[in-house]
Ligand binder design. Structure first.
Ligand code: B12
Length: 327
């Protein structure tokens, strides 16, 4: 097949991630990892934050995939690509085979709608449907949208249904266990980076609501931090002993009740005695509902939402360079 310069191929954003993955045989999770870790492509974001790719993006992916199939690592393939682009070289690739039945881009289901359908699937204990919906959301949206606009609203709806006696407690447990499992799978799918700043994430003593802290752990690990997720109801003295040994740069604690929030009050003093003293960051719905608790707890309130918490951690503990001094 004749080769053509990649520059000559259309750069119009038209294709969803699903169409691109079907064309190239690259898995969505792999493509997203390449985008995140290697800044490989910069897909256009539609109004609803879903990605749209061009034929040039697809050609680039074919080129990268060919290099990988030839035994080159992804890092080297991307470095080669950059070098050629920098030198003004003509990257040659097979022309993109037009999609056999070029479908107009069907706007993906908005995350809010997926959330409601996810709720309906979970309260019917329909794992297959819940799995399909999560898969759809994961391939269409970025990780934050996936967690904050799909999972959280579904959980809120489940909580309301339970509180109003619409669903039994077993259904609430089934649903949260299912979503927790999905998050843990995502968390474990990210690489453990031994050289990145180390953060421990978990829940305050007595706190059993762990999904918020697990989401925080997923976000931090996907952002490149080395993260250990310690789960619910952490005994503080054991946590401090562990921190003394493991020397994390930060400990992140979540709380949803006033009782559990107040229990982390002494943690900062205990952590401050360690050398080096890790930062203490905290958050969770206890603080959102009772902001007066924020000032009662020593440490750094990371914000009312998980995405603002990620920004806060990034500013306190940059992944490279100097850490902001602990108090
Ligand atoms: C799942 C669930 C459970 C599960 C938890 C399982 C698990 N493995 O996590 C189980 C069954 C154990 C449970 C138990 C209880 N639950 Co419950 N539960 C829920 C439910 C349905 C979802 C909670 C959740 O995961 N939300 C997802 C999080 C991520 O959402 P979010 O908190 O809104 O998150 C935002 C912010 O808070 C913030 N954030 C969240 N986490 C973090 C962390 C950090 C570090 C930061 C910075 C920010 C941050 O960012 C998010 C926005 O971006 C909620 C319903 C709801 N409305 O949330 C009820 C709910 C929280 N539970 C409730 C209750 C009453 C209980 C029980 C007391 C019931 C009982 N009588 O036993 C117990 C308490 C257990 C305990 N000791 O902690 C009430 C709380 C009411 C209140 N405000 O006091 C709720 C609201 C249900 C309701 N509608 O009445 N629960």
């Amino acid at each position: 097949m004749a080769l053509s310069s990649i520059e000559a191929i259309s750069d119009d954003p038209k294709y969803t991630i699903k169409a691109v993955c079907d064309q190239t045989g690259i898995l969505p999770v792999t493509l997203r990892a390449w985008e995140r870790r290697h800044e490989l492509l910069n897909p256009h974001r539609g109004d609803n934050r879903y990605r749209l790719y061009s034929e040039r993006d697809i050609a680039t992916l074919h080129w990268i995939k060919n290099r990988i199939d030839a035994g080159i690592s992804i890092s080297s393939a991307v470095a080669e690509l950059r070098q050629m682009q920098k030198n003004g070289g003509q990257l040659e690739t097979s022309p993109v085979i037009p999609f056999s039945s070029p479908k107009p881009v069907v706007p993906p289901i908005p995350p809010e709608q997926i959330a409601h359908e996810l709720y309906l699937a979970l309260i019917k204990h329909d794992e297959a449907r819940a799995g399909d919906l999560l898969h759809e959301a994961y391939s269409m949206y970025d990780l934050n949208t996936y967690m904050l606009k799909t999972m959280i609203p579904a959980l809120v709806e489940i909580g309301e249904a339970w509180a109003n006696g619409v669903i039994p407690v077993a259904t609430e447990h089934f649903s949260s266990t299912y979503l927790r499992g999905n998050l843990l799978t995502i968390f474990q799918a990210f690489p453990v980076r031994s050289n990145a700043p180390f953060i421990l994430v978990g829940c305050a003593p007595t706190e059993l609501h762990e999904i918020g802290s697990l989401m925080m752990a997923v976000m931090l690990r996907s952002d490149g931090y080395r993260v250990e997720y310690l789960g619910p109801d952490l005994p503080l003295d054991d946590l401090v002993d562990y921190a003394k040994y493991e020397r994390p740069a930060m400990v992140v604690m979540a709380a949803t009740s006033q009782e559990s929030a107040e229990l982390i009050d002494h943690l900062q003093t205990k952590l401050a005695a360690l050398k080096p003293a890790p930062y203490l960051g905290f958050g969770g719905s206890a603080f959102n509902q009772q902001p007066e608790l924020i000032d009662k707890i020593a440490g750094t309130f990371l914000g009312y939402t998980l995405d603002s918490a990620l920004e806060a951690v990034r500013s306190i503990i940059p992944k490279s360079g100097k850490m902001v001094r602990n108090r």
